[in-house]
Write a protein that binds this ligand. Structure first.
Ligand code: ATP
Ligand code: MN
Length: 465
C-alpha cells in the first residue's frame, strides 16, 4: 500500500472533481459484489454517506485469489484511480490498484446478506443494523438533529445545563421510576416496621433514575436565565407502544421571564428549526427514507416548517372532539386526559396542522404548572403532531410561593424544600418544555416505530447489548 491519506466516501461525493484523475485511498464495508471472470464490481460503504462508492477490480490487476474472500459485509482497504464512471448508477468509480482485506464475512454466518430485511428482523439484530442503508440514514439524521438542538440553543444564548440522572426526587410524577441500588436484593434490610431500610444503601436513601430534569433545570434557569438539558431519561412504565421507550433522550429548555406565549413561540421556532436543519443537511438520507418507506415524508416536513401551528385552549379542543361525531375508543369529556386518538383527530383530521393545546384542567397536569385565574385550568401547552401525537409537553410554571406550596400540600408531596427555594428567593415568571428527542427523530425520518430511531432501544422485556 502506498502512503496516501484516506478519504471518506462522503468527501469524494461532496466534490468529485477534486479527486477525479487522482489516486485515492478508501476504507469501508462491502455492500455488494458482482461481476464476471474479468472484472468485479464492489459497492463500498464507509458510513459517511448513504452513497456507495463503486470499486472496479480488473482481475488482471488484482488477482482472483486475493479478491475471493471479499463478500457482502467484508471490510476492505483499497487504493486506486478515481475516474468518471462509464456505467450508469454512479458518477465516479475507483479503478482498484491495491487491495487489503481487514476482515471477511462468510455468507453462511453474516446476517445481513439480503437487501430488504424487515424492520422486525433488524430489531433482532440491532447490534448490526447500523450497517444497513435504512439505519445508517436514520442514525445520521439523528446525529444532525442532535447537533441542530445544540446549535439552536447556543445561538440564542441558552446554556447547556446538566441535570442529574440519578435522583432522589420523584416530584415530577411523570412516570414510574427505575430504582438505583447496591443492596443485595436477596437479602434486603428492613426497618422495624417491615419497610425497606435504605439508610445503608449507597446514597443513604432511596434513589432512582430521572424521569425528567425539569425541576433541577428550573434551578439553572433562575440563575443563568435560559438553560436547556439534553440527556437520557428513564421511565419504567409498561407502555408497549410505537411511541414509548423505557430509555429515551429528552430536551428540556427552561427560561426565566418567559410567559406561556413566549414558551409557545420558542417551541414552534425550535421544532421548525430542527426540521429545516435536517431537510437542508440530510437530503440524501431523507430522500432514501422517503423513497423506501414514506413517499409523503418531504412534503409533510415542509408543511410543518411552512405553516403556523394552531394554538387552541383545551376546552375548545374538547368541544371540537365532542362535535366531531367520531366514535373514539376512549370517551371525550371535559377533564379527560386526551388519548393519542383524540390528539391525532385534532391534528390530522380537524386542523390538518400541528396544534398547541393550552390551558388543561389542573387535575391532569403536574403540580408546578401555573394556575389560571379560573382556578380550574393551568398554563400547560402540549404540542401535538401528525402521526406522533404529543411531541412536546410544557407549561408556564407557578412562580407564586403560596400557591405552589398549597398545591404541593394538597398532593402530599414531600422533600420539595430545595425546589420551593426558587420561589422563596427572587422568584420570577418562568416557563419551559420537554421534547422527546426520539419522537422528533421519528417525525423527521418518517419511521413508524420509536424502537427504530435509537441505536439500542430499551422497552419492557428488552435490554440487549
Ligand atoms: P405521553 O403522554 O405520550 O406518554 P407524557 O405526557 O408522559 O407523554 P411528558 O412527561 O410530558 O410526557 O414528557 C415530555 C415529552 O417526552 C413528551 O412530549 C414526549 O415527547 C416525550 N416522552 C415522554 N414519554 C416518553 C417515552 N416513554 N418514550 C419516548 N418519549 C417520551
Ligand atoms: Mn406530556
Amino acid at each position: 500500500m502506498k502512503d496516501i491519506k484516506r478519504v471518506t466516501v462522503a468527501a469524494i461525493f461532496a466534490d468529485p472533481e477534486k479527486y477525479i484523475g487522482q489516486e485515492i485511498d478508501v476504507k469501508g464495508w462491502v455492500r455488494t459484489r458482482r461481476g464476471n471472470k474479468n472484472v468485479q464490481f464492489v459497492a463500498l460503504n464507509d458510513g459517511s454517506t448513504i452513497k456507495n462508492l463503486q470499486i472496479v477490480f480488473d482481475l488482471g490487476v488484482i488477482g482472483e485469489e486475493l479478491l475471493r474472500p471479499v463478500t457482502t459485509g467484508s471490510s476492505i482497504h483499497v487504493q486506486g484511480l478515481l475516474v468518471a464512471s462509464q456505467g450508469k448508477g454512479q458518477s465516479v468509480e475507483v479503478q482498484a490498484k491495491e487491495l487489503e482485506i481487514y476482515g471477511t464475512a462468510p455468507a453462511d454466518s453474516y446476517p445481513l446478506q439480503k437487501k430488504g430485511h424487515s424492520l422486525e428482523f433488524l430489531r433482532e439484530k440491532a447490534h448490526l443494523r447500523p450497517r444497513t442503508n435504512t439505519f445508517g440514514a436514520v442514525l445520521r439524521i439523528r446525529h444532525a438533529l442532535a447537533y441542530a438542538v445544540h446549535k439552536f440553543f447556543n445561538d440564542r444564548g441558552f446554556y447547556y445545563f446538566h441535570t442529574p440522572l440519578i435522583t432522589a426526587s420523584d416530584a415530577e410524577g411523570a412516570g414510574a421510576q427505575f430504582q438505583v441500588t447496591t443492596m443485595d436484593l436477596n437479602d434486603v434490610p428492613r426497618t422495624e416496621d417491615g419497610k425497606v431500610d435504605y439508610s445503608n444503601d449507597f446514597f443513604g436513601k432511596q434513589a432512582c433514575l430521572t424521569v425528567s430534569g425539569q425541576l433541577e433545570g428550573e434551578l439553572g434557569a433562575t440563575a443563568l436565565g435560559c438553560i436547556y438539558t439534553f440527556g437520557p431519561t428513564f421511565r419504567a412504565e409498561n407502555s408497549n407502544t410505537p411511541r414509548h421507550l423505557s430509555e429515551f433522550w429528552m430536551i428540556e429548555p427552561e427560561m426565566a421571564f418567559y410567559e406561556i406565549a413566549d414558551n409557545m413561540d420558542l417551541a414552534e421556532e425550535f421544532i421548525k428549526y430542527c426540521i429545516s436543519y435536517a431537510l437542508e443537511h440530510c437530503k440524501d438520507d431523507i430522500e432514501f427514507l422517503a423513497e423506501h418507506f414514506d413517499s409523503e415524508l418531504v412534503e409533510r416536513l415542509r408543511f410543518v416548517v411552512d405553516n403556523d401551528f394552531v394554538r387552541l385552549p383545551y376546552t375548545e379542543g374538547i368541544k371540537i372532539l365532542e362535535a366531531s361525531g367520531k366514535k373514539f375508543e376512549f370517551p371525550v369529556y371535559w377533564g379527560v386526559d386526551l388519548a393519542s386518538e383524540h390528539e391525532r383527530y385534532l391534528v390530522e383530521e380537524h386542523f390538518k396542522k400541528p396544534v398547541i393545546l393550552t390551558d388543561y384542567p389542573k387535575e391532569i397536569k403536574a403540580f408546578y404548572m401555573k394556575l389560571n385565574d379560573d382556578g380550574k385550568t393551568v398554563r400547560a401547552m402540549d404540542v401535538l403532531f401528525p402521526k406522533i401525537g404529543e411531541i412536546i409537553g410544557g407549561s408556564q410554571r407557578e412562580e407564586n410561593f403560596d400557591k405552589l406550596q398549597a398545591r404541593i400540600n394538597e398532593l402530599g408531596l414531600t422533600g420539595m424544600d430545595w425546589y420551593l427555594d426558587t420561589r422563596r428567593f427572587g422568584t420570577v415568571p418562568h416557563s419551559g418544555f420537554g421534547l422527546g428527542f426520539e419522537r422528533l427523530v421519528l417525525f423527521v425520518t418518517g419511521m413508524q416505530n420509536i424502537r427504530d430511531v435509537i441505536p439500542f432501544p430499551r422497552y419492557p422485556g428488552n435490554c440487549d447489548y
